[in-house]
Design a protein around this ligand. Structure first.
Ligand SMILES: [Zn+2]
Length: 193
């Protein structure tokens, strides 16, 4: 199985996107060169400041995509962020979302496409997952959607609880979600498959 690496130097750059930019940053991650398995940002787009959330959108989807939620935005992947990976089955392998809590990696590990625009069970499971993380970190849905989770600093226990919720979700949907702490990612980088 191929493994891809996001080097700590690149992690430092994406942390800056969270801490220092008032808007979202989107990028495709591509191999630095053919001989390496290091992923680096390409096609970096900034969201528009006039837009309420400063959202940006990808011009194309590659296997590994990235976007940031700056400090004013919520620390979670959105419902849409998770659905996007399912929707682009066969195209998006990993979606990397940098937030104040750390780096979320959503990997499509499915053996077949389960996305259907009319299915209600998948969106429901995603909503349950996000609500469950909210419960574990004492964040309400309203706070989450307003970005009021911004003041919350997670304890080690919070990370363990989030990890447990993510694993349950993996069993239900077969999509893998991991939240990496900044402190770990800045030292070891991120290893993706
Ligand atoms: Zn997002």
């Amino acid at each position: 199985m191929d493994t891809f690496i996001i080097h700590p130097d690149i992690v430092k750059v994406i942390k800056k996107y969270v801490d220092e930019y008032p808007v979202e940053i989107c990028a495709n991650l591509k191999l630095y060169n053919e001989d390496s398995n290091n992923l680096v940002p390409h096609n970096v787009y900034k969201g528009k400041i006039e837009d309420d959330r400063g959202m940006c959108s990808h011009s194309e989807y590659s296997s590994h995509i990235f976007h940031s939620h700056n400090r004013k935005l919520y620390a979670y992947p959105s419902h849409q962020d998770i659905l996007l990976v399912l929707k682009h089955y066969g195209k998006i392998k990993n979606s990397i979302i940098a937030t104040k809590w750390g780096v979320w990696v959503i990997s499509n590990t499915l053996k077949s496409n389960i996305y259907s625009s009319t299915s209600t069970s998948v969106p429901k499971i995603i909503r349950q997952l996000l609500d469950r993380i909210g419960v574990e970190t004492s964040t309400t849905r309203q706070e989450r959607e307003r970005g009021a989770d911004k003041s919350r600093i997670l304890s080690d226990r919070d990370y363990i609880l989030i990890d447990r919720v993510n694993k349950t979700f993996e069993c239900l949907l077969n999509i893998k979600i991991v939240l990496y702490k900044w402190s770990d990612a800045l030292i070891h980088g991120l290893i993706l498959s």
